[in-house]
Ligand binder design. Structure first.
Ligand code: NAP
Length: 335
């Protein structure tokens, strides 16, 4: 029987499904037991879990590893090229989290422009002592211009919500999307044009070498002073020190952030800014969606370890032993 190491975010029902096929070792808090995890990995064929951190040294110690299933759509934390070289299949959980993450993105647009957290705290803390006046007013969302940086699954889902709010939607993306321009009336812009024209700049690109620190002080300077930055992608897409400086200098109106360069965010100037909404990386964190993500990852690891092409294969270029030429070609076609 093949062996699977499971880390975090799996419920008894998921472990039960895995145990129907594999010998499973589960660690709810792997950071507390790194040695036990390392020992389990030495014998493992599969690894499944959320927030996986995998290094070359770990892979050297896990010679039998055939597949990794991350319970996330982003895989910037995993060494994809190295996994492919070693013939280890990597799968992720796209689609099932798209709508929930888009809800979170739109929530940040609304919360930052209407000053939701700041004003809700005023009420909770007993500081609502007279009628709200101009100093507490927010800004409209409807009728404004949203600039989507990244127009993939989540970017499109946020754009769809924005159209329902009667917003104009601009986008900059690695490839242009003429069908969405024709069908939805989205407008393509260069990154620089998008920064200059948008009332909300919303980031939904993956973290890669090209997108790391895509937005910093200078990019904030290129935005409208009345604009808000929304980051639902990954913390390192934003140069946080540059953003803090830009906010301090009043270059933009505020920010709505779900992700940070270092998480959990602790003792940051961002936490003391009324015009910044900070969330604890909850893009996909609903009961329904986390359940769907875990189900998806379980299905992927079962397929990968049973010799089938996993549905959400990230690295079709990986050639595991026992994976036929034909399966390899199907994987490439599917991408
Ligand atoms: P996706 O469908 O792959 O979309 C990514 C989009 O970014 C694609 O349209 C891609 O262009 C574009 N892109 C890639 N590199 C670019 C670049 N250098 N410049 C401009 N555009 C670029 O992914 P998704 O499912 O929407 O997820 C996007 C990211 O959101 C994930 O990678 C993850 O990091 C993040 N995320 C965060 C949370 C959270 O909890 N906050 C939850 C889920 C996901 P093409 O269309 O040309 O390929």
């Amino acid at each position: 029987m093949k062996r699977v190491v499971a880390l975090r975010r799996l419920k008894a029902s998921h472990l039960q499904r895995l145990r129907e096929h594999f010998e499973v070792t589960y660690f709810e808090e792997p950071e507390r037991q790194p040695e036990a995890v390392a020992v389990a990995l030495r014998q493992a064929h599969g690894l499944i879990g959320g927030k996986l951190q995998v290094t070359s040294a770990m892979l050297d110690e896990a010679p039998g590893l055939e597949a990794i299933a991350t319970i996330s759509v982003g895989y910037d934390n995993l060494p994809v090229d190295e996994l492919s070289r070693r013939g280890i299949l990597l799968t992720n959980t796209p689609d099932v989290l798209t709508e929930t993450t888009a809800d979170t993105g739109f929530m940040l647009i609304m919360a930052s422009s209407r000053r939701l957290v700041e004003l809700a705290n005023m009420v909770r803390e007993g500081r609502w002592t007279q009628h709200v006046g101009e100093p507490q007013f927010g800004h409209d969302v409807h009728g404004k211009t949203l600039g989507m940086v990244g127009l993939g699954r989540i970017g499109r889902a946020i754009a769809r919500r924005a159209l329902g709010f009667n917003m104009r939607v601009l986008y900059s993306n690695a490839s242009s999307k003429p069908e969405l321009e024709a069908e939805w009336g989205l407008e393509h812009r260069t990154f620089e044009q998008l920064l200059a024209e948008s009332d909300f700049v919303c980031l939904t690109v993956p973290l890669t070498e090209q997108t790391e620190h895509l937005i910093g002080y200078e990019q904030c300077r290129a935005m409208k002073r009345s604009a808000f930055l929304i980051n639902i992608a990954r913390g390192r897409v934003v140069d946080e020190a540059g953003l803090i400086r830009a906010l301090n200098d009043g270059l933009i109106a505020g920010a709505g952030l779900d992700v940070f360069e270092r998480e959990p965010l602790q003792d940051s100037p961002l936490l003391r800014m009324d015009n910044v909404v900070t969330l604890p990386h909850i893009g996909s964190a609903t009961h329904e969606t986390r359940e769907a993500m875990a189900n998806c990852a379980v299905e992927n690891i079962c397929q990968a370890l049973q010799g089938e092409r996993p549905r959400d294969l990230v690295n079709p270029q990986a050639r595991p032993s026992g994976f036929s030429e034909q399966q390899q070609e199907q994987s490439v076609d599917a991408k």
